[in-house]
Write a protein that binds this ligand. Structure first.
Ligand code: GLN
Length: 267
């Protein structure tokens, strides 16, 4: 009898090991999208968008609200590893659709136009566009003063789309690969104004940009950020939304929000 128990014990142990080896950290359910059962979540971002995604000082490692949020989400979803890949902002949606990335997290505004191409998670941050000019500029006080002026924007962004509409009022639009480069052009007097996301411009001003730049006028838009997912993976969208709910309930989301924005998220 003792022998039999021992034998059974060994068998159970062996089966357990086998299951762990096959299934990774998670248990695959029949018919489930394999993207949910692999060990590693591959995330794409354009990392010059502080405080959402940017390199740590003297390091290639990325940090920011988006980066810490997706790390926490990946963990909650059961992935063992969350790998971040850098690429141009306008390359992110194509890479998600080619399955080169599982998701893109890069301060993406949820727009109707993008929804034709990809799925979005539930909104995770309330944002909007704003206008920045040089400190000494006294004639641009709002968006209505941009006729005949030069505006810098980041390629493929909602700021670029907004500026496009101002062309009919005689504005000239210069496009840059990153928001940082657009602000640099303002410093170098190559443009009169920058249109970009308000929290990113606020962070840029607080980090020293206010030596030569200031924000003017009201917020230009109200936008929600979402995580980008391919239309091929609706189950991944559901799983992300569920984990976002979990992080909102267990306090992780609020903790990250307060860490990066110095205030509690608006309810
Ligand atoms: N929120 C803006 C957009 O989605 C800008 C994002 C970014 O530059 N990373 O277009």
């Amino acid at each position: 009898m003792k022998k039999l128990t021992l034998l059974l014990g060994v068998l159970v142990l062996a089966l357990g090991l086998l299951a762990a080896g096959c299934g990774g950290g998670k248990k695959a359910e029949k018919g489930q999208d394999p993207v949910l059962t692999k060990d590693e979540l591959i995330v794409g971002t354009e990392p010059s968008f502080a405080p959402f995604e940017f390199p740590k000082e003297n390091s290639k490692e990325l940090t920011g609200f988006d980066m810490e949020l997706i790390e926490a989400l990946a963990k909650d979803m059961g992935y063992k590893k969350c790998t971040i890949k850098n690429m141009g902002f306008d390359a992110l949606i194509p890479a998600v659709n080619n399955d080169n990335l599982d998701v893109a997290v890069s301060g993406f505004t949820i727009t109707e136009e993008r929804k034709k191409q990809v799925l979005f998670s539930q909104p995770y941050y309330k944002s909007g566009l704003a206008l920045v000019v040089r400190k000494e500029n006294a004639d641009i006080r709002s968006i209505d003063d941009l006729g005949g002026k030069k505006i810098a924007v980041q390629i493929g962004t909602t700021g670029a789309m907004y500026a496009e509409k101002l062309k009919s009022k005689g504005a000239e639009v210069k496009t840059f690969n990153t928001s940082d480069l657009a602000c640099m052009e303002l410093k170098n007097k190559g443009v009169d104004a920058v249109i970009s996301d308000r929290p990113v411009l606020q962070y840029f001003l607080a980090q020293g940009g206010n030596a030569y730049a200031k924000m003017v006028g009201k917020a230009l838009s109200a936008e929600d950020y979402g995580i980008v997912i391919s239309k091929k993976h609706p189950e991944l969208q559901k799983a992300l939304d569920k984990s976002l709910d979990n992080l909102k309930q267990n306090g992780t989301y609020d903790k990250l929000y307060e860490k990066w924005f110095g205030e509690k998220p608006a309810k």
